[in-house]
Design a protein around this ligand. Structure first.
Ligand code: SF4
Length: 702
């Protein structure tokens, strides 16, 4: 038997065909019918079936304990959920609804995200739900809202073949979005005049296959973007018609970018000024200008300003809403966008509504028939939850399908906070999740292929994922765990679901009339069409169209006055300073064959061959003055902790910069492999996204 589904790793959202043999063995290949990958898969996707067939690490039964010094006991689902409901009810009565929180994941399906949001925001009365998307896309969300009016990615993958200049900034799609990158490479191979500009302090594989690599100093992205903006203005490459009729803020922007000369900008960025001139010249002459970015811009103390400085280049040149043109934030996780659609951040409500908007709250209260008023104050964000656990403002946390003991910044503080928490629920697939050791209740979740639901990829494309396999033991789909818990909390009439399709239909209804209207999308239509790009209302599709490829073709934006907003931004960086004690900058990131905290990819022998151990990349000149040899064990010291790994001497990193992958958690009972021992919990003031890409460190031989 064969089944069509979607890869559960990155936001490219590749279609997969699963073949199930009579003996139960699985094989897979890329789905040639899926428009996002047209049959291709990267190394992670090609090996996904091994993670399903190896069930040695699966959590199989609900477990709980009454004291952390006791071993976990296997219990029934009823016992686990009744105890959890009793603890939540007691804490809420005694300390109020903000004493509990959910921390969820961009791995969750849309239906799961929707249900958790409905439960805590509409029934418990707190907005304390955040997601690991806070660590990933929240700066892009704020950037889009400020400039375009809503969190709406304007472009689609088909724009790749329409573009002739790609500005890839703070991203390494050759490793992290490989199928998208192959499509760009194929387009360039067929059209040699296409230009790729890569902005990255590291010489990544993306940089190697670009026409122009600008290895800027960490934290100087805004300096560079403002300098490019200045050159576009000086060379009459702006679109005056677009600015006059469709955008506000150009005059202030011009004043801002004229404050710094190109030579000054080049000096600050640590690159030759010729590189800036070349980038601006190529953008000015292009017919299609696509910019792509990920964590290098988002994970920053000035992440929103970095986003704004890049989106501004599209707004001053009118390069948006036209084929081959637009800003394109590449989603890290498979359903980070689906989560944002359902209100899966502490400041959001479903369908891009906002908790601070009284009319939006009233709409959702009426729709949900809420027994309480939705709180007007945004809930705790990811890092704020850790602070609140530490000082006992937050008493209980329920962690779903994410591994904050590896992925949070300043992870030693996260570990202390979880130890201190009064009540921790861990809902996960794998016993490899580092959080399990701190749990009071463990709930086994169904994995990929074991539950049905939907996900939205980086180009607003919704895919349906069927249930293909039975979950092992007593593991349940995440959505069912949440609706069963809501029933135990006494909200049964509003959580009386029996299947995920009912949840999707309910969510779709509340999108009616919004910019992300998906009232035309149902499981039946998705099974028939395979995928649909939102918006797709109940009035669409009569002509056979499968959604909306591109937004803003009419240059009507979702802002109050319908005009795009150009936001001039200063080029300061607010990261922690380096000094004599910690003179180097550490940046973190991903490697080609691992995914996040390795609970899945770490079990696949083939994938571990690429880079079997954590490492630190350091420039040979920085290594020499410290007496560090190739392959030597070094201690990386920072203001919050240390790491001990082998040194890789390479001029792929700039002098003064080190790089360490973020994937590894505890190995051999040591937590000295965790890159996030060193990162800091400094966040962007508006997006609350942490500054993972800039931590002050020193490196010494060990
Ligand atoms: Fe999966 Fe992303 Fe690889 Fe596609 S590119 S196969 S979605 S990990």
């Amino acid at each position: 038997m064969t089944h069509q589904t979607t890869c559960c790793y990155c936001g490219v959202g590749c279609g997969i065909v699963i073949k199930q043999e009579q003996n139960g063995r699985l094989s897979l290949q890329g789905d040639p019918q899926h428009p996002s990958n047209k049959g291709m898969l990267c190394s992670k996707g090609m090996n996904l079936h091994y993670t399903v067939m190896d069930q040695s690490d699966r959590l199989l039964y609900p477990q709980m304990r009454f004291n952390r010094s006791m071993p976990m006991q296997r219990v029934s689902w009823d016992a686990a959920l009744e105890r959890t409901a009793a603890v939540f009810r007691t804490l809420i009565q005694k300390y109020g609804p903000d004493s509990v929180a959910f921390y969820v994941s961009g791995q969750c399906l849309t239906e799961e995200y929707y249900l958790v949001n409905k439960l805590i925001k509409g029934f418990i009365g707190s907005n304390n739900i955040d997601t690991n998307s806070r660590l990933c896309m929240s700066s892009a969300v704020v950037g889009y809202k400020l400039t375009l009016g809503e969190d709406s990615v304007p472009v689609c993958y088909d724009d790749i073949e329409e573009a002739d200049v790609f500005l890839v900034e703070g991203a390494n799609p050759a490793w992290c979005h490989p199928i998208l990158w192959r499509r760009i490479e194929a387009h360039k191979a067929a059209n040699p005049t296409v230009k790729i500009i890569c902005v990255d302090p590291r010489r990544t594989d993306t940089a190697r296959s670009s026409d122009l690599h600008l290895p800027i100093r960490p934290g100087t992205d805004i300096v560079l973007n403002n300098a490019i903006g200045r050159l576009l203005i000086e060379n009459n490459a702006v679109d005056n018609e677009f600015i006059v009729n469709h955008a506000d803020g150009f005059t202030a922007y011009r004043e801002q970018v004229m404050q710094r000369s190109i030579d000054e900008a080049a000096e600050l960025c640590g690159i030759p000024s010729e590189g800036i001139y070349t980038a601006a010249r190529w953008i000015a002459r292009s017919k299609g200008f696509l910019s792509l970015w990920t964590m290098g811009l988002n994970q920053s103390a000035v992440g929103v300003n970095k986003n704004l400085s890049l989106i501004n280049l599209h707004l001053i040149t009118g390069r948006i809403g036209k084929p081959g043109n637009g800003p394109f934030s590449l989603t890290g996780q498979p359903n980070a966008m689906g989560g944002r659609e359902t209100g899966g951040l502490a400041n959001l409500l479903p369908a891009h509504r906002d908790v601070t908007n009284a009319a939006h709250r009233a709409e959702m209260e009426a729709f949900w028939n809420s027994p309480i008023q939705i709180a007007a104050k945004p809930g705790l964000t990811a890092t704020e939850m850790i602070d609140a656990l530490s000082d006992d403002r937050l008493k209980a946390i329920w962690i779903i399908n994410t591994n904050p003991l590896v992925s949070m910044p300043d992870v030693n503080a996260t570990e202390k906070a979880l130890k201190k928490a009064r009540f921790v629920v861990v809902q996960d697939v794998s016993n490899r999740a580092d959080t399990v050791q701190f749990a009071d209740v463990v709930l086994p979740a169904a994995a990929w292929l074991e539950k049905e639901g939907t996900m939205t990829n980086a180009e607003r494309r919704i895919s349906y994922l069927p249930k293909i396999l039975d979950a092992p033991g007593e593991a349940l789909p995440d959505a069912e765990i949440i609706w069963r818990f809501a029933q135990k909390m006494g909200f049964g009439a509003s959580f009386d679901y029996t299947e995920a399709a009912q949840v999707y239909e309910e969510y779709a209804r509340i999108t009616e009339g919004t910019s992300i209207d998906v009232t035309g999308v149902s499981y039946d239509i998705l099974k028939q069409n395979r995928t649909i790009q939102w918006p797709y209302s109940m009035n669409d599709g009569a002509d056979g169209a499968a959604g909306t490829k591109r937004l803003f073709a009419n240059h009507q934006f979702y802002t109050a006055n319908g005009r795009a907003q150009i936001h001039p931004v200063p080029d300061e960086n607010r990261s922690e300073p380096t000094d004599e004690q910690f003179p180097l900058v550490l940046t973190t990131g991903r490697i080609r064959d691992q995914w996040h905290t390795m609970t899945k990819t770490g079990r696949v022998a083939k994938l571990n061959q690429h880079n079997p151990q954590p490492f630190l990349q350091i420039h040979p000149a920085d290594a020499e003055v410290r007496g560090i040899r190739q392959g030597q064990l070094v201690e990386v010291q920072g203001r919050r902790g240390v790491v001990r790994v082998k040194a890789q001497l390479t001029d792929d990193v700039r002098p003064g910069l080190c790089f360490m992958p973020m994937h590894w958690g505890k190995m051999l009972n040591s937590n000295l492999n965790r890159a996030n021992n060193l990162t800091n919990a400094l966040v962007d003031p508006r997006s609350k996204e942490p500054d993972f890409k800039f931590s002050a460190v020193e490196v010494v031989p060990y």
